[in-house]
Design a protein around this ligand. Sequence first.
Ligand SMILES: [Zn+2]
Length: 347
Amino acid sequence: MVFMCQENSFLKEYTSKVLKCEPTKEPIIEYGKSTKFEGYQITLENTILFPAGGGQPHDLGWLNEVEVLQVLRKGEDALHFTKEPIEVGTFVTQKINWDRRFDHMQQHSGQHLLSAILEKDYNLPTTSWWLGCDESYVELDTISVENKTIETVEEKCNLMIRSALPVDVKICKASDPDLNKEHTKSLPKDCTDTLRIICIGDVDENMCCGTHVSNLSQLQMIKLLGYEPGKKGKTNLRFLVGNRVTKVFQSMLDREKVLVGLLKAICKGLENDGLFIFCASEEPDKTKEGQIIIQGAEEHCNILGPQVIEVLKAKGAFKNGKFQGKATDLSGINKCRKIIEDYFCKK
Ligand SMILES: [Zn+2]
């Protein structure tokens, strides 16, 4: 079945009848993370909410006021996971979380474009891809990618985005003689299914169930972030498309501002007869742990250093008037500040 979300990927509201409503305990999977769930799975006559598939995560939205927490495709049906039941036969207004959907459309169409250029120009076919909550990647059948290649591919992708090539959906039968054989080689010979081909201008044609932009200009831009080793012999080329580029750029600006402030404070601190402590937490989920540097005049370091180390539960060593090590409890930083303030006030 071709769902309404695939016929028109820009529909944000739609009314449809509830056909089935059954209890379920199937977990919710969000960007690869599974959480327990107990609720209902609702089947509608048709849906604008995309069920996860083709590497694209499921949509979120509402059926009237009832929140949809996951949409999964099972055979011909799209199952909408909700906490509350809805009576069979009810007409519901479907609404979509458009920010999330449009973000997925940008990443997914961007992936088609990126994979097409990598394959056509560099003979690097995509073996799979991943759309993550922050970043995405295409898996390539190679152990590394040259920096020059990354640079040129990014440039070419952005050139195509600027030329606003149309993105069209072609629906055809597997038996269609005009169909590019490349697309159907994995299908059984007797397949009579309806196929959905996503065409980017005359650059790419690809069989896909996902929702896509209608024009490459809607991708805004693509940014390649470099590669890292993937599964055996493979390489994951990381990328961002559209709004994600601006979002990441903004967080980099914010971080830079904080760092510049810190560095200014450090320089100022070192000019005076003070003691300087620099702490940096590295892991977002281990905020108490981090690197620590204590620097200052030897006479102060000798007295204050051991106290600070004790409070922050730090391990490391003093060398040439500087302590460098790892703290296991940065939550004591305010206590350290007090110790240092008291020390210098008394002086
Ligand atoms: Zn696709």
